[in-house]
Design a protein around this ligand. Sequence first.
Ligand SMILES: [Fe+2]
Ligand SMILES: [Fe+2]
Length: 233
Amino acid sequence: MITTNDIHLNETLGAIVSRFPGSIPILTKHEIDFCCGGHRTLATALDLSSDQRTHPVLTELNAGYERALTEGEDFQQFRYESPTMLMDYIVHWHHERLRENLPTIEKLLAKIVAVHGSNHPELLAVEQAFTPLKAAMIEHLSEEETHSFPLIKEASETVTLTRETMTALDSLREDHDTVGDHLKAIRRLTQGFTIPEDGCSTYHFVYQKLLELETDTFQHVHLENNVLFHMIG
Ligand SMILES: [Fe+2]
Ligand SMILES: [Fe+2]
């Protein structure tokens, strides 16, 4: 039964993720970009014509949404009262975890490259994609914390969007696109984080961490591109 609360095809991906964060693994699995492409409707993302009323991905999303509502899942953490609260959450949850996880993944990825690289040359390509990803992310976190987030705070307090702030937001969006491209390359190279039969426990751990990094980053970028920037824009 369709209810007015159901997710629909004309809803933007950003809006879907905001009201149902459980959509993140579903959209990621179907390779639908909801963070950099969050302004698109689900119909556009699925390349549907205007007369199509349903699609298996929509059915899957609504089944998950209904389950989450039935189980009383609390989506409250994704509703923020102010840009400052949201930025605090982003820094303390996403940025701090990245600073902890990125060096761990780098170290263990180097280890599995040394042990399994000759049998699995794709690991070298994963490492080559991860190295610039890590560098770009670390630089990006510092930029946000020391430059862009203070500008956003100021914009929200003065209710004025300066050219400097708009330029900063454009630059952050570009960085997010770059990070998204590296993550998509890693997903492709690992065939969706599929562990080979001879993969050791470290191999499992690294792929699990890379998958978590992908999910967390898409959520992180979604919160910035589709929620935070819209609060002042
Ligand atoms: Fe961030
Ligand atoms: Fe960011």
